[in-house]
Design a protein around this ligand. Structure first.
Ligand code: M6R
Length: 617
C-alpha cells in the first residue's frame, strides 16, 4: 500500500522518480506526487489520480534538481484529494516527507504540534510526522557530536511514533541529502553508479541498479553525495549487506500484453517450471526443501500443521490442507492471518507453522508470523519476494521464484503457491507412509503441470467468447468440491476483484443449504466437474441448478460425459493427478474473470479500492 521512491545522485531526479512511481503504481493509485529539492527550495507537484495525471502536472514545473522524493498513495487517513496527496511539507517549509504506513498516535501529536504553532493543510497522519520532524529540528542545536542535525531530527521524531512507516525525508538546509527509515513497511536502498534510490520495492529501481540493501525494521539510512550510512533508532551502526536482484527490467514490464494480468496468466507454465527447478530428489521420488532448515528426523516429529495467509494465498493454503491431510495423513489447520493474530489459538510443540504470502509484506500475515514466533514456534514461509519482511523474519522457508507479480489480482503467484503446497504434501508424505512408486508417480505428475497448464491456456479464445456472453450478469456462483472448493473461492475472488461483479464461492453440495435461493436465470454458476468418485454427486448439484433455470458454465475434465443439455457452456481441462488438478482448474477461472473485466472495460491491473500488497491493518 502506497509506493515511495527517493533519489539522490547526479541525474535530474524528477524523471527517475516518475519512472519509479509508474512501476510502483500497483501499490496504490489514489493520488501521486513528487518533491524536488532545487534552488534552496522544496518544489512540490501532487494531484489526486494516477501517476499519468502527475506526469502532466510535473511538466508545468521546471524540475532540474538532482535530489527528490515521490509517492503513489492508497488512501488511509483522509480522502482522495490533492491536499492529502504526498509529499507533505512541514508548516515551516523546511521538510518534505513521503510515507507508507499508518501513524497510529497522530492525533495526540497533532494536538501537541498545533499548540506549538504548527499548522496543517491535509487530513493525513503523514503531515503530522513531517511537522514533528520540523519541531525536533527547531529544538536541535546545529550538527552536534559529528552527527547530522537532519538525521537526528528524524530519529527523535520517530522515537515518538506508534505505528508503521516506510518514509523518505528531504530537508531544505541539506541539498543532496535524504533520510529514509522503516518500521513494518518495506523499504530498500538501491546502490547505483554515483546514485542512490530508496523505494518500497525493487521494481522502482531495477532499471538503474540491481544492487540493493534491504532495510530492517528500526533502521534509518542517511544518504549523501559521499555515500550512505545505516543506523538504528537506538543509534547503533549497521554494516550494510548489498544483495543482487536476480530478475531484470523485462520481468517488470508488460511487453506486448494488454495487461500485466494477461501476461502473468500466460507466464504460468514457465513460472511453475521455475518454482520446481532443482527441487526434486535425484531418485525422482520426492521433493527437496533444504530451505525449511529442518532435518528429516525433526520433520517426523511434526504431528500437525498450521497455515496462515490472506486472500488468494489463504485459498492456496486450503488446497495444501487437503493434499497434506490426504497424502501425509497429518491434521492441518488454516486460518486467516488477520483472525489468527487476535485469537488465542492453541498450538502445541509439534505443530509446524507456515505463513504464505506472495509479497511477504502483508501486514496481517507478518503479524501472524510474529505472534507465532512470540509463542515460541518455528515459523516457515512460502513467499515470492526475495528479501521481504516475511522472508527475513521466518525461520526458514521456500521461495516461489515466479518473478515480480505486478497485476493486483494474483495469478502466477497463486498457482505457484498451489504447486509448493502439493510439493510439501509429497515431501511430508514420503517421510511417512507414501511408497517410492507412489512418490515417483506424484513427482512425474508435478513435472507435467507446466504442459497441462499450457493446454488449459489453449482454451483462451473459447473462454473469451463465453466471457462476452456472460459479462452482463450481476451475480455468479462458483461451485467445487474437495481440492476444487478453494479454487471456487479463488474464481469468485478474481471475478469480484477485477470486474466488480458479485460472486460467491461455495462447496458444490453445500449450495443447497442457502445459496440456491440466489439461483434464477439471472445468476449463472461456474461448476468444477472433475473425473472421479464425486463426478456423479456434482452432476446432481448441477441438475438442482438447472431445475431452477440457472445457467451453468462447467469446467470439465476431458473424458467426462455430462448429461446432454445440462451445461450451457463447457470448458475442457486436461485429465491429471489430484495434486495438479487445482493448478490446472485455476486457469479457466483466471481467464474467465480477465476477459469479463476486459469486456466491461474495467481497469484490470488496478481495480478500484485495492492495492497489491496490503501493508495496513
Ligand atoms: O502478498 P500476499 O500473498 O500476502 O497477498 C495476500 C492478498 O492480499 C492477495 O492474495 C489478494 O487477495 C489478491 N488481490 C488476490 O488476487
Amino acid at each position: 500500500m502506497c509506493g515511495i521512491v527517493g533519489y539522490v545522485g547526479k541525474q535530474k531526479a524528477a524523471s527517475i522518480i516518475l519512472e519509479g512511481l509508474k512501476r510502483l503504481e500497483y501499490r496504490g493509485y489514489d493520488s501521486a506526487g513528487l518533491c524536488i529539492l532545487q534552488g534552496g527550495q522544496l518544489d512540490v507537484a501532487k494531484k489526486a489520480g494516477r501517476v499519468e495525471v502527475l506526469v502532466k502536472e510535473a511538466a508545468r514545473h521546471r524540475f532540474n534538481g538532482t535530489t527528490g522524493i515521490g509517492h503513489t498513495r492508497w488512501a488511509t487517513h483522509g480522502g482522495v484529494t490533492d491536499a492529502n496527496a504526498h509529499p507533505h511539507i512541514s508548516s515551516d517549509g523546511k521538510f518534505a516527507l513521503i510515507h507508507n504506513g499508518v501513524i497510529e498516535n497522530y492525533a495526540q501529536m497533532k494536538t501537541f504540534l498545533a499548540g506549538k504553532g504548527y499548522t496543517f493543510k491535509s487530513e493525513t497522519d503523514t503531515e503530522v510526522l513531517c511537522n514533528l520532524i520540523a519541531y525536533h529540528y527547531a529544538k536541535e542545536p546545529s550538527d552536534s557530536n559529528g552527527t547530522s542535525r537532519f538525521l537526528e531530527s528524524v530519529r527523535k521524531a520517530l522515537e515518538h511514533v506508534e505505528g508503521t512507516y516506510g518514509i523518505a525525508v528531504l530537508c531544505v538546509d541539506f541539498p543532496g541529502e535524504m533520510v529514509a527509515a522503516r518500521e513494518a513497511s518495506p523499504l530498500l536502498l538501491g546502490v547505483g553508479d554515483g546514485e542512490y534510490i530508496v523505494a518500497s520495492d525493487a521494481s522502482a529501481l531495477i532499471n538503474r541498479t540491481q544492487n540493493v540493501v534491504y532495510l530492517k525494521d528500526g533502521e534509518l539510512v542517511y544518504v549523501t553525495a559521499a555515500g550512505f550510512t545505516i543506523t538504528t533508532l537506538g543509534q547503533a551502526d549497521v554494516s550494510p549487506v548489498v544483495d543482487r536482484i536476480t530478475w531484470s527490467i523485462a520481468d517488470a514490464e508488460r511487453g506486448s500484453h494488454a495487461h500485466f494480468m494477461e501476461k502473468e496468466i500466460f507466464e504460468q507454465p514457465v513460472a511453475l517450471e521455475n518454482t520446481m527447478r532443482g527441487r526434486f530428489s535425484e531418485d525422482g521420488s520426492t521433493a527437496n526443501f533444504g530451505g525449511l532448515n529442518l532435518s528429516a528426523p525433526e520433520l517426523r516429529q511434526i504431528d500437525r500443521f498450521m497455515f496462515c495467509a490472506c486472500g488468494s494465498a489463504w485459498h492456496a493454503c486450503l488446497v495444501a490442507e487437503h493434499l497434506i491431510e490426504r497424502y501425509a495423513r497429518l491434521p492441518v489447520e488454516v486460518d486467516y492471518a488477520s483472525e489468527f493474530r487476535y485469537r488465542n489459538s492453541p498450538l502445541d510443540r509439534n505443530t509446524l507453522f507456515f505463513v504464505m504470502s506472495q509479497s511477504g509484506e502483508t501486514i496481517d500475515t507478518l503479524a501472524a508470523l510474529r505472534e507465532a514466533k512470540r509463542k515460541g514456534y518455528r515459523v516457515l514461509a512460502i513467499n515470492n519476494v526475495v528479501g521481504s519482511s516475511i522472508a527475513r523474519e521466518a525461520d526458514g522457508g521456500v521461495y516461489q521464484h515466479v518473478g515480480p507479480e505486478i497485476g493486483v489480482a494474483s495469478t502466477k503467484a497463486f498457482t505457484s503457491q498451489l504447486l509448493l503446497g502439493a510439493m510439501l504434501a509429497l515431501y511430508i508424505a514420503r517421510l511417512r507412509d507414501m511408497s517410492f512408486n507412489d512418490g515417483v508417480q506424484y513427482v512425474n505428475a508435478l513435472k507435467g503441470a507446466p504442459d497441462l497448464v499450457r493446454q488449459a491456456l489453449g482454451q483462451a479464445a473459447h473462454i473469451q467468447a463465453i466471457a462476452k456472453r456472460y459479462a452482463r450478469y450481476a451475480d455468479f456462483l462458483f461451485l467445487g468440491r474437495l481440492s476444487l472448493f478453494p479454487i471456487a473461492l479463488e474464481g469468485a475472488l478474481k471475478l469480484k476483484e477485477i470486474s466488480y461483479i458479485h460472486a460467491e464461492g461455495y462447496p458444490a453440495a453445500e449450495m443447497k443449504h442457502g445459496p440456491i435461493a440466489l439461483i434464477s436465470e439471472k445468476c449463472p454458476s461456474v461448476f468444477f466437474v472433475p473425473k472421479g468418485e464425486i463426478f456423479n454427486k456434482i452432476v446432481s448439484s448441477m441438475q438442482e441448478i438447472k431445475a431452477r433455470k440457472g445457467k451453468i458454465i462447467a469446467i470439465v475434465t476431458e473424458g467426462c460425459e455430462l448429461p446432454a443439455g445440462l451445461a450451457d457452456e463447457v470448458i475442457p481441462i486436461p485429465d491429471c493427478h489430484e495434486a495438479v488438478l487445482p493448478i490446472v482448474a485455476t486457469v479457466p477461472v483466471q481467464l474467465l474473470s480477465y476477459y469479463i473485466a476486459v469486456v466491461l472495460k474495467c481497469d484490470v491491473d488496478k481495480p478500484r479500492n485495492l492495492a497489491k500488497s496490503v501493508t495496513v491493518e
